[in-house]
Design a binder for this molecule. Structure first.
Ligand code: HEM
Length: 363
């Protein structure tokens, strides 16, 4: 073998080795991809029925929205708490757990970074997406105390936050209330009588704050509506350090814990066996049939504890004024989207999918 031929052979075997190696790497990648796809189809990290149902979407065969499915799971759970492992999320409808998160161990359940990351562009440093002492109200109070000016971004955050806090929530509740009144004309008639009875004793025809406050039945109707259709269906917090909830559920640091007002309004163990029924009288258990509020940990429609909704009373008064004004003069009948049953749709604030077409008739 001469020197020239020897070099050629060496070059050939080097090339062959490179091609062989490339083929090997390619084959390993194909096998790895195949294995990953195979494993992905089998979800080996969690094969529990909840995770499977969530990932395959099979829950949608029996339920029209995710909230109804969660409500079903929570009703079946002895503790009123379930885990969706693939989401790293614990969902609870247990009032003791809600009190633990929103009051007893409030500092251990902040809003958390994941929520702020998702909604940061929309809400900025507004009320819904920040925790602890950096929230909008704390900053506002600090700026007042120190006499410091507020900038444009800060004002934008206030406007967006209040629009979201006070507009979409109230309009969501007003939509569902007319949906329920349409199905329950006797309730609308009782509201009408209550408003008329109050008017007889008044000298002015103007609706006053005192008059609205005296409408216990209407107050009950509004609360019963939000029990079944809470404008904020669920609320998430992120656990800061490992914790054990009062029902014994262990939550690790970083885990998402969600309390679910929509499901809580549908728990027989909280509201009794007729929990699915729209029955305003359940709130009228005070002397002479007056309204009695429920603990906010059992009815966290406005959240509860240290960060309870600041617009709660205003929202109820606003809704009362609108509902009474409409009901006194009109019958509102839901006609639906081409005759279809209205579908309650989850979201940051709930709505009726596609809107709620109605026919309005003067009474
Ligand atoms: C039916 C109507 C309403 C419902 C169901 C509702 C519900 C809620 C909920 C669930 C929260 C807690 C959000 C969270 O931290 O995750 C909240 C907070 C808040 N809401 Fe409302 N809300 C309503 C109306 C209003 C109105 C009309 C206003 C004022 C115009 C308002 C002002 C606020 C404010 C300022 C907070 C933040 C409180 C804090 O973080 O300290 N809300 N609301």
């Amino acid at each position: 073998m001469d020197a020239a031929t020897g070099t050629g052979m060496e070059e050939l075997s080097w090339c062959a080795r490179c091609v062989g190696l490339a083929f090997l790497v390619f084959s390993v990648c194909v096998v790895a991809l195949g294995a990953a796809l195979f494993l992905a189809r089998r979800w080996p990290w969690c094969s529990c029925h909840v995770c499977r149902s969530y990932l395959t979407g099979s829950w949608a065969r029996d339920f029209t929205n995710l909230g109804d499915w969660y409500a079903h799971l929570l009703r079946c759970s002895p503790t009123g708490t379930v885990a969706v492992h693939v989401l790293g999320c614990t969902i609870t409808a247990n009032p003791a757990n809600v009190e633990h998160m929103l009051h007893t161990r409030f500092d251990n359940f902040p809003k958390g970074k994941p929520f702020a990351a998702v909604l940061g562009d929309l809400l900025g440093g507004g009320i819904f997406n920040v925790a602890g002492s950096h929230d909008l109200l704390s900053r506002f109070m600090a700026s007042e105390a120190h006499g410091t000016a507020v900038d444009d971004k800060y004002l934008r955050d206030i406007v967006v936050s209040f629009l979201l806090a006070g507009r979409d929530t109230v309009s969501s509740a007003l939509t569902t209330i007319f949906m329920l009144l349409s199905k329950n004309p006797a309730v609308a008639a009782a509201m009408r009588s209550e408003a008329a009875a109050g008017e007889k004793t008044r000298t002015s025809s103007k609706t006053t704050y005192e008059h609205l406050k005296s409408l216990h039945y209407t107050h009950a109707v509004l609360h019963e509506n939000m029990r079944l259709f809470p404008p904020v269906q669920f609320d998430s917090k992120f656990c800061a350090a490992d914790d054990v909830l009062p029902d014994g559920t262990y939550v690790t640091a970083g885990a998402r814990v969600m309390y679910h007002p929509y499901a809580m309004g549908r728990m027989p163990r909280i509201w009794g066996d007729d929990c699915e029924k729209f029955r305003p009288e359940r709130w009228l258990t005070g002397p002479g049939g007056t309204f009695v509020p429920e603990s906010l940990y059992r009815y966290p429609v406005f959240q509860a504890g240290l960060r309870v909704c600041l617009g709660k009373e205003l929202a109820v008064m606003e809704m009362k004024a609108v509902t009474v004004a409409v009901v006194k003069q009109f019958d509102v009948e839901v006609v639906g989207q081409k005759g279809a049953v209205p579908r309650f749709a989850p979201g940051l604030t709930a709505s009726i999918s596609g809107g709620l077409p109605v026919r309005v008739r003067r009474v």
